[in-house]
Ligand binder design. Structure first.
Ligand code: AMP
Length: 300
């Protein structure tokens, strides 16, 4: 099987208390694809502008990602600017320039239409819907979003949510989406909208997965050095969908293992800027961290 990822490919300018980077490769589809590629083959669908050169794409070259769905359009590449204070759980956005994404009309190839596992990474929900409509027989569709779209395209987002199996979002977004402060009640309301599962990320406090089987609580890996949290959510989702695709997973246990693999991947990406940590990450390190997650919560 293989994973189809649609989302943003971006040039990110990010400042954290530990450093700063200008126009580094980022974007939801970038992080998610790199992460999923540790588990299965990945097809990326996104758009970049004419200003996106060889040096911008270079960080993706070490990963096994089919880039035939990465379209180049007249105009400028999507740009995101943000910063973090010592509260690394919250990115403060200072600029979002959609640029070529404003007119993007994703047309899937015949091969991409056959995808079984699809990650609709954070992007305009109208684009997510357009992709969804072209997939012939999806098995699992995982959707991500953020406050920007909850505030600007809520109707399209709700239409998209109705059609997916799993929604992943952070705690503040879950509360904002359904106007409910309590996360258990918020997850219940979101599941009533359509998805079988809702995964609520709580940054350095881990993630909660809600389904008819109950609640699964995954810790976050206790890291001493978090350098830049950008992309942690996308990397988490990429690891989850990549794992599910690889093992053809459908059971509760498969989803739980997928959440832990996703958490393990996210715990690496935050150690450096952009894809710098994933670029040198080995499968042995991923495996080891997965086992450390088990040890973290084991008790008799
Ligand atoms: P996260 O995993 O939530 O930290 O996602 C970070 C990535 O999301 C960055 O690399 C940004 O380029 C990208 N991003 C930020 N805002 C948006 C947006 N409105 N639509 C799509 N992607 C975005």
């Amino acid at each position: 099987m293989s994973v189809l990822v649609i989302g943003s490919v971006a040039l990110d300018s990010v400042k954290t208390p530990f450093g700063e980077v200008e126009e580094a490769l980022g974007g939801s589809a970038t992080y998610a694809s790199a992460s999923a590629s540790f588990f299965d083959t990945v097809n990326l669908v996104a758009v970049v502008g004419e200003d996106f050169g060889e040096k911008n794409i270079q960080p993706l070259s070490g990963f096994e990602i089919d880039l035939s769905g990465l379209v180049r359009s007249p105009g400028k590449t999507f740009r995101w600017k943000g910063y973090y204070t010592y509260n690394l759980n919250e990115a403060i956005t200072t600029e979002t320039c959609l640029n070529v994404f404003a007119d993007f009309n994703p047309i899937l190839s015949d091969e991409h239409k056959k995808a079984s596992h699809v990650f609709l990474a954070n992007i305009d929900p109208e684009l997510q819907l357009k992709v969804l409509e072209q997939i012939e027989k999806p098995e699992i569709i995982l959707l991500d979003t953020m406050n920007f779209w909850i505030e600007n395209k809520k109707d399209a987002l709700i239409e998209t949510i109705k059609k997916v199996n799993i929604l992943v979002l952070n705690d503040a977004e879950a509360r904002e989406l359904v106007g409910e402060a309590n996360l258990i009640k918020a997850a219940g309301k979101i599941r009533e909208m359509g998805p079988d599962r809702v995964i609520i990320k709580k940054g350095e406090h881990g993630a909660l997965m809600f389904s008819k089987s109950g609640i699964f609580s995954a810790p976050a890996y206790p890291l001493e050095n978090i350098f830049d949290p950008t992309g942690a959510g996308d990397t988490f989702a990429g690891g989850l969908i990549g794992y599910l695709s690889d093992v053809h997973g459908k059971s509760e246990e498969d989803f739980r293992r997928g959440v832990i693999f996703g958490s393990a991947m996210a715990s690496f990406v935050v150690e450096k800027f952009s894809l710098d940590r994933l670029k040198i990450l080995t499968w042995e390190e991923v495996r080891d961290r997965y086992c450390q997650f088990k040890a973290l919560t084991h008790f008799e």
